[in-house]
Design a protein around this ligand. Structure first.
Ligand code: PPS
Length: 298
């Protein structure tokens, strides 16, 4: 097992790495990550943290393997079925090791790396890439609560401090702004990206499952798509030990659950009026050169 064996006695420090903020858990295995050998049928699920990775990973796992290998769903947590490529976390083999040993075809692989740091073999092999984006305000709130409960993360401190850090791009995996825009721009030159939005998933999960099938070239029957859509509902995933991350010792569910709210617009319960005005102003500047648009409420 290559997993990090450092004891979790204190919170990790934010480090500057390849131009972004990181923690060592995602850089320790860097050479093996960068040299990862993708296969043409690999599917890369990529997101900024807390944008809906687990949701989309579970949908894909059910679409491909729900019928062929139903025992996978009840015996292996989602983070084993869909390895987190750059992770070298306590108590779990490294993402590279898990991905290398995946017995499935296709292999479903998760990453939070910004587009410029994705191992080049994924592009060379013309792999299908699924990017999920979530509006900045809800994304920041979700990330804040996650960093509170995730003992491998740097201490988020109070909400106001955290929000400033988010705006400054001093969160793990770097600025949200560059992340969502980077993949959006990549779509111009690399057509094998399906760019999706968390808000669309909440609005109509069935429609998004259908769009995914169309991108992946799957002719999943309507009935099965409907069954999958029901099976990936927030309440169902929250109760499911294989998708709710309750098996990860480094997460303190007494502080906050992994499956927290799953809503669009929860930011309104966190942002003060002043924080919201300042955020909007800053956002306008950061996003002035992109055509990318988000919904912050439904
Ligand atoms: S991680 O740690 O980056 O992999 O987290 P990620 O899975 O990307 O994001 C977690 C947030 O997604 C919400 N989620 C869902 N919302 C609605 N429906 C379903 N099925 C669902 N599954 C996961 C999860 O609750 C986190 O968002 P918040 O806002 O914190 O609840």
């Amino acid at each position: 097992m290559e997993g990090s064996d450092l004891p979790l006695t204190s919170r990790s420090e934010l480090i500057e790495f390849e131009g972004i903020s990181m923690v060592h858990f995602f850089t320790d295995n860097w050479e093996n990550i960068q040299n990862f050998q993708a296969r043409p049928d690999d599917i890369l699920i990529t997101t900024y943290p807390k944008a809906g990775t687990t949701w989309v990973s579970y949908i894909l796992d059910l679409l491909y393997f729900g019928n062929a290998a139903p025992e996978r769903q009840t015996s292996q947590p989602i983070y084993i079925r869909v390895p987190f490529l750059e992770a070298t976390l306590p108590d779990i083999p490294s993402g590279v090791e898990l991905a290398d040993k995946l017995p499935t075809t296709p292999r479903l692989i998760k990453t939070h790396l910004p587009v410029q740091l994705v191992p080049k073999s994924f592009w060379e092999q013309n792999c299908r890439v699924i990017y999920v984006a979530r509006n900045a305000k809800d994304n920041a709130v979700s990330f804040f609560h996650f960093d509170r409960m995730n003992l491998t993360a740097p201490d988020p401190q109070d909400w106001n401090t955290y929000l400033q850090r988010f705006k400054d791009g001093k969160t793990v995996f770097g600025p949200w702004y560059d992340h969502v825009c980077g993949y959006w721009e990549k779509k111009q030159t690399y057509s094998n990206i399906h760019y999706m939005f968390f808000e669309d998933m909440v609005e109509d999960t069935g429609r998004e499952v259908e769009r995914l099938c169309s991108f992946l070239g799957l002719s999943t029957p309507t009935e099965e798509r409907e069954r999958i859509t029901k099976g990936v509902h927030f309440d169902t995933m929250k109760l499911n030990k294989m998708t709710n991350y309750s098996t990860v010792p480094a997460m303190d569910f007494k502080v906050s659950p992994f499956m927290r709210k799953g809503k669009v617009g929860d930011w309104k319960n966190h942002f003060t009026v002043a924080q919201n005005e300042q955020f909007d102003e800053h956002y306008k500047q950061k996003m002035k050169n992109t055509t990318l648009q988000f919904r912050t409420e439904l």
